[in-house]
Design a protein around this ligand. Structure first.
Ligand SMILES: [Cu+2]
Length: 147
């Protein structure tokens, strides 16, 4: 009986540890934005997401802009255009990079110009497969134009 209890305890411990391992939060990294010039009210920000489990970026927000949207660059009739998208999917054990030529965060009505060397926080809402949403902050470093 004692032996059986011990086995159940070890099984429970193993399940607990496995659960802890699979519940690792998505990792947000490489956050950056282009510096803006005086009079420019919109900007763009980029970052990378790595996740063990499938997640979807459903929203972004920041205190430096009144409005932040998820955008996608696309070639339309030989012209580079962009459109707003509902979300960005990160597949299981996948990594997604937001880049100037692909998916990005568009910032509208900046509260102040983005100056090289400054940092701000972008809040990223991530929804997991069960439908649970969580907001993760990512540090955005402002880079000089042309970098
Ligand atoms: Cu855009």
């Amino acid at each position: 009986m004692a032996r059986a209890n011990r086995s159940i305890f070890l099984l429970g411990l193993w399940l607990f540890l496995m659960q802890g391992a699979s519940a690792a939060a998505p990792v947000l990294s490489n956050g950056w934005a282009r510096a803006t010039v005086s009079g420019q009210s919109a900007g763009a920000a980029f970052f990378s997401v790595q996740s063990d489990e499938p997640v979807r970026i459903t929203a972004v927000s920041t205190s430096v802009a009144k409005l932040a949207e998820l955008h996608q660059m696309a070639m339309t009739g030989g012209v580079m255009t962009m459109r707003q998208i509902d979300g960005i999917d990160v597949p299981k054990s996948g990594k997604v990079d937001l880049t100037p030529n692909g998916m990005h965060v568009m910032l509208f009505e900046l509260s102040h110009p983005l100056i090289a060397g400054q940092h701000f926080t972008l809040n990223v809402t991530l929804r997991d497969a069960s439908g649970k949403s969580e907001v993760e902050p990512v540090d955005i470093a402002v880079r000089a134009l042309g970098q």
